[in-house]
Design a protein around this ligand. Sequence first.
Ligand SMILES: [Zn+2]
Length: 64
Amino acid sequence: MMYKCEGCGATRELNKSTTVHRNDKWVVKEALCSCEKDKYMKEVLTKEHEGFPTIKRNDSGQKL
Ligand SMILES: [Zn+2]
């Protein structure tokens, strides 16, 4: 999956993702960016995700 930092625009391809709880948010550990302290990249939704009928409550960037 592709992740992108909203701060510096860096992208990273991750084959695995470990979701951890940090600062009251669920983040992907491997998506930690170095541009800011505790800055995590967010998953980029690609065309693979379109038409994939899953319901995600992900509007605020939090995974439940
Ligand atoms: Zn960054």
